[in-house]
Write a protein that binds this ligand. Structure first.
Ligand SMILES: C[S@@+](CC[C@H](N)C(=O)[O-])C[C@H]1O[C@@H](n2cnc3c(N)ncnc32)[C@H](O)[C@@H]1O
Length: 240
């Protein structure tokens, strides 16, 4: 990964990394978060309070964990679009969808910065650990806003900034030192994704900073909740 990639260069590097580790993504997620990512994802679903029959888009769905949770809540009369730019990641998501015979889930290859979806279509939008990876996060939020119906709800789950200074020190040691070693060893990765991960978290806006960026995209009633001491945060907002 180049030192400070942006635009198309960042997109290419990020996609190469996800293609490289797609097969190990779920395993590494569970190992590196000590299983916590399941809880974080369930809490993200709670933030949008889905109803049976609703239409949901999962932006940067990857291996489709959030989409599967959403499918259970909207039921057979609902629709879940699991959208991602990375084919190897989305293929793993598609396999899970087919194994569970979830007819309400559609997998769609597409860029979060230009979603191949019509305006004002969805009751809710989810995005988990994706927005940090897109080249232009403001454009990502504007796209989510565009495809939501008026009154539509959005929840964004991503890494953030631990609140307690002592905990932050411990977390920095873990994420800069241990995590890259374990992640790289498990996936035999050669693209540097598990070094990119802590670097990308440090460059990503903190809780308040991200709230402002979401508001700038047009969302109202934007708020956030910290989980696991602020390692991750769920931001939510409403399209007026
Ligand atoms: C860390 S994974 C998260 C996957 C899943 N949402 C989860 O929570 O486990 C990030 C995903 O974002 C996708 N992604 C990154 N940039 C993207 C973009 N510009 N458009 C669409 N997807 C993108 C990657 O391909 C990858 O599948």
């Amino acid at each position: 990964m180049p030192q400070h990639p942006s635009g198309a260069e960042k997109e290419k590097a990020v996609q190469a990394m996800f293609s490289s580790i797609a097969r190990f993504y779920d395993l590494n997620n569970s190992l590196l978060s000590l299983g916590l990512h399941h809880r974080w994802k369930k809490r993200t679903l709670e933030a949008v309070a889905l109803q049976p029959g609703e239409k949901v888009v999962d932006v940067g769905a990857g291996t489709a964990d959030l989409s599967l949770l959403a499918a259970a809540q909207v039921g057979e009369k609902g629709v879940v679009v699991a959208s991602d730019l990375n084919e190897p990641m989305l293929r793993i998501g598609l396999k899970k969808v087919l194994d569970r015979q979830l007819r309400q889930v559609r997998c769609l290859l597409g860029n979060a910065e230009g979603l191949p979806l019509p305006d004002a279509t969805f009751d809710a939008a989810l995005t988990g650990f994706c927005i940090r990876n897109v080249s232009d996060l403001d454009q990502g939020f504007r796209e989510i806003y565009r495809v939501l119906k008026p009154g539509g709800r959005m929840a964004c789950l991503d890494f953030s900034r631990p609140v307690q200074p002592v905990f932050r020190k411990f977390y920095d040691f873990y994420s800069f030192t241990l995590l890259p070693k374990i992640g790289t060893w498990v996936s035999k990765d050669q693209t540097g994704i598990y070094q990119y991960l802590p670097d990308s978290i440090r460059k990503f806006p903190d809780q308040e900073g991200l709230k402002k960026r979401i508001e700038a995209a047009g969302f109202k009633d934007v708020s956030y909740q910290n989980l696991t001491g602020g390692i991750v945060a769920i931001h939510s907002g409403i399209k007026e």
